[in-house]
Design a protein around this ligand. Structure first.
Ligand SMILES: Cc1cc2nc3c(=O)[nH]c(=O)nc-3n(C[C@H](O)[C@H](O)[C@H](O)COP(=O)(O)OP(=O)(O)OC[C@H]3O[C@@H](n4cnc5c(N)ncnc54)[C@H](O)[C@@H]3O)c2cc1C
Length: 394
């Protein structure tokens, strides 16, 4: 998504030259949020249901190299090498390689029945096994884990969520909303095992039971590992870029080297990019929300068009880049919508409604509002969008 949005942004900003998309997946760009929601519960849905439309500006001059992963980057020669050994020279490179799920934290002994969810292929494989009556154990209670739990419970599976956390979604929505989300899951029969992790697996050739660290044993036909993600940066190991946690970029989304110097022709966007956001502070962070591939892509596209036109990009790059992060989640009939960086907060406050119905919760770091999240009450939550500007931007 971030790669596609960057290409669209570059075209919008006047770049008319050739563009190559190099993608590890065999599929053209598609939307991931439905993978844990509609597509996971709707038999027969596939790529056509989630594919992003390819705008007319990208019908000409575009080469798709799909099913090929980049394996190295040589910034001196300005070349990317793919896993077939082919070289792709560039005038401007966009790194948009996103994330992949963290693996099972214990040895899986090659057992079957263990799933993750990041790609369309993952979702189709998981949908096959989320049958009514299946014993589904989900490790992790972040957004992906909770959304799979809701979908599996709706499909009639017996669902257990195993989490080290006290309540689901704690980091993203805090203890009050987290407890309410747990209540709603439990109303649908989902069981939570909190303060727990996996100790062992039993079964052959597929998992049949999981043993938790407390010694509890759960029947398990399907184990879903949803314990967070790692950035896809291994292919950049010898590139000289700072990839200590994703790709460090400046305010113009230009990659910063380990020597601290900005690479004027290498950009990183979307989930894999790490950048400071002056709306909050000067700490560079990766943010894994759906609106940021669009925001970073638009911005990088402008810079790329200017760079390739031989213009001075410094003034554009120096102008503050301060996108407001936003995320949503659908679980049963609860629609969560948030703006800001709720996870920076040290306290939260219920300001409207009631959690067991609809409500709005504000998140504060010290005296500063850093986020807002609602269950329902969309327009009240959306009204906060203008309230995050810091003095540095005013
Ligand atoms: C199941 C799921 C549900 C989600 N639901 C929500 C939601 O409800 N709300 C919300 O706000 N956000 C949601 N998100 C997050 C949102 O989808 C992401 O923020 C968004 O997809 C990030 O886009 P991206 O282009 O940066 O990365 P990605 O979408 O991860 O795309 C990166 C692409 O790069 C490819 N790639 C990786 N390595 C290489 C390589 N070496 N060479 C070539 N290609 C490579 C990958 O295969 C992938 O196709 C969800 C994510 C998932 C996985």
């Amino acid at each position: 998504m971030a790669g596609l949005r960057t290409a669209e942004g570059a075209r919008r900003a006047g770049y008319t030259g050739p563009i190559t998309f190099l993608g590890a997946e065999a599929h053209a760009p598609y939307n991931r949020p439905p993978l844990s929601k509609e597509l996971l519960q709707t038999e027969g849905q596939g790529h056509a249901d989630v594919a992003f439309p390819i705008r007319s500006a990208l019908e000409e001059g575009v080469t798709w190299v799909l099913g090929r992963a980049a394996v190295s980057l040589d910034t001196a020669r300005t070349v990317v090498v793919d896993d077939a050994g082919d070289e792709h020279p560039y005038s401007a490179l966009v790194i948009a390689t996103g994330l992949r799920p963290k693996p099972l934290p214990i040895d899986d002994h090659g057992l079957g029945g263990i799933h993750v969810l990041r790609t369309l292929d993952d979702a189709v494989a998981l949908r096959e096994v989320l049958r009514p009556g299946a014993n589904v154990v989900i490790l992790g209670s972040g957004f992906v884990g909770c959304e799979i739990a809701a979908t599996a419970a709706k499909n009639g599976a017996t669902v257990s969520v195993v989490t080290q956390s006290r309540v689901p979604l704690l980091r993203a929505v805090g203890p009050l909303l987290g407890a309410e989300i747990r209540r709603r899951h439990e109303e649908h029969g989902v069981r939570f095992f909190t303060g727990e992790s996996l100790f062992g697996l039993v079964g052959d050739p597929a998992v049949e039971r999981v043993i938790l660290t407390s010694g509890v044993m759960l029947e398990c036909d399907v184990l879903v590992v949803a314990v967070g993600s790692d950035p896809n940066i291994e292919w950049l190991a010898d590139s000289g870029l700072d990839v200590s946690d994703g790709v460090l970029v400046d305010g113009g989304l230009r990659a910063v080297g380990v020597d601290g110097r900005v690479n004027p022709d290498v950009f990183a966007v979307g989930d894999v990019a790490r950048y400071p956001n002056p709306l909050f502070d000067d700490v560079a962070r990766r943010v894994e929300h759906w609106n940021l591939p669009t925001e970073t892509g638009k911005r990088a596209g402008q810079l790329i068009a200017a760079h390739l036109a031989g213009e001075d990009c410094e003034p554009l790059a120096a102008a503050g880049f301060a996108p407001l992060p936003s995320f949503w989640s659908d679980q049963y009939d609860a629609h969560l919508l948030a703006f800001g960086m709720t996870y920076l907060a040290d306290r939260s406050e219920l300001v409207a409604g009631s959690p067991d119905d609809e409500c709005v919760v504000e998140f504060y770091r010290g005296d500063d509002l850093v986020g807002v999240c609602g269950i329902g009450m969309r327009s009240a939550v959306q009204a906060y969008r203008t309230r995050f500007a810091t003095p540095a931007l005013q």
